[in-house]
Design a protein around this ligand. Structure first.
Ligand code: FAD
Length: 331
């Protein structure tokens, strides 16, 4: 039996396939800034803190090269090896479950029946995100541009995983959704973890951004947005302090830039990481210190309202740095 726990008609959200997002970014940037097939190895900051020297390996030839820059922006993901230099003891926190993920491309007619079945059960597909809650598990389902269905299904890991996942899916989800999972060629599994918010995200002229700065569980559907906003805010801070301090010492400029970046982003991302963690535990039916395990059958309207994605702290808020203009400093 299926029923709707909560519904948000005004959820302002866009979903995109990674490949589309990557090609947008790639095409928007000068091609010579990409160094494909380079593995970062190590870095060292100069004594006067004015530059960073980085070692990288060219994977095709094995050659080790050095790159010198003013800033090192670590966007090397949630397992960041750059972060490990500053926080060697930091441990990621296992959320208690894993997520199966899959992308079904239904451009050809081979999946017509499955898609029609799915649309019957989820009539708003293409216009919204569906969060489906079962007992001790949950799934997410949405349509992407160019005839693609993206699905995520959280569950504990078991031995013969794919088979078990299909069997579990048949028991828990409506047959139409279970079929989509079965017809997806190569579903893959992600272990879900996050970490407690960091107290600092820059040291001299090295700064962490994206998942390196704030590994989060995916329940806020926010991590990519957090990462893009990090990049946008850092860009604005660089622009602002470059103009304000002109050619003053690089170290002063870097400190001001990264200090403002940290004070703008850290309070926001810290709350968002903790909110995502809470949402994950609620949706997965796990207990929280201040509430009992969520039971879809017994849920009160208030509890159901808590499930809405728009409750994410700072949802829809634009960082104030975007109001900064050159004119503000003309006087
Ligand atoms: C199950 C799951 C579901 C998710 N769902 C969503 C969702 O619905 N919406 C959403 O917004 N986000 C989602 N996310 C999160 C999203 O994928 C990340 O937040 C986002 O990719 C972070 O971007 P990033 O650039 O910081 O890190 P990444 O995308 O991880 O990129 C880091 C890059 O650094 C490279 N790298 C690492 N080490 C080195 C090295 N030594 N040398 C060279 N390169 C290196 C890696 O190869 C990688 O390309 C989900 C994540 C998971 C696990």
């Amino acid at each position: 039996m299926n029923w709707t726990l909560t519904r948000d008609e005004n959820f302002n959200f866009r979903a995109a396939h990674w490949a589309d997002l990557h090609s947008l970014l790639y095409n928007g940037l000068p091609p010579n800034i990409f160094l494909w097939g380079h593995l970062y190895l190590s870095f060292c900051v100069s004594n006067d803190k004015s530059n960073v020297r980085l070692k990288a390996k060219i994977l095709q030839t094995g050659e080790i090269i050095e790159i010198v820059g003013e800033l090192l922006i670590a966007a090397d993901g949630c397992l960041s090896s750059i972060r490990r230099n500053f926080l060697p003891e930091l441990k990621l926190r296992y959320s208690g479950y894993c997520a199966w993920r899959g992308l079904l491309d239904f451009s050809d007619d081979g999946h017509l029946e499955a898609i029609m079945g799915l649309r019957r059960v989820y009539p708003d597909l293409g216009k919204c995100l569906y969060f489906c809650l079962g007992y001790g598990t949950h799934s997410v389902l949405y349509e992407l541009l160019n005839n693609k269905i993206n699905w995520i299904c959280a569950m504990k890991v078991s031995s013969d995983m794919i088979k078990k996942m299909h069997e579990d899916a048949e028991k828990v989800w409506v047959p139409e959704l279970a079929r989509i999972m079965k017809e997806t060629k190569e579903p893959f599994i992600n272990v879900i973890y996050d970490c407690d918010p960091l107290e600092q995200i820059f040291w001299d002229n090295v700064v962490l951004v994206g998942d390196a700065a704030h590994p989060a569980t995916p329940h806020g559907l926010r991590s990519t947005n957090m990462t893009i906003l990090d990049a946008a805010v850092l860009g604005k801070c660089l622009e602002k302090w470059g103009v304000v301090l002109g050619f003053q010492q690089r170290t002063t400029r870097n400190r001001s830039t990264l200090g403002e970046f940290q004070s703008t982003r850290l309070p926001v991302t810290s709350k968002q990481v903790l909110h995502s963690r809470k949402m994950g535990r609620i949706k997965q039916g796990l207990v929280l210190p201040d509430r009992k395990a969520f039971d879809p059958k017994m849920a009160t309207p208030e509890e159901c309202h808590d499930l809405q994605q728009k409750n994410m702290p700072f949802f829809g808020q634009v960082p104030s740095i975007f109001q900064w203009t050159h004119a503000s400093f003309d006087c």
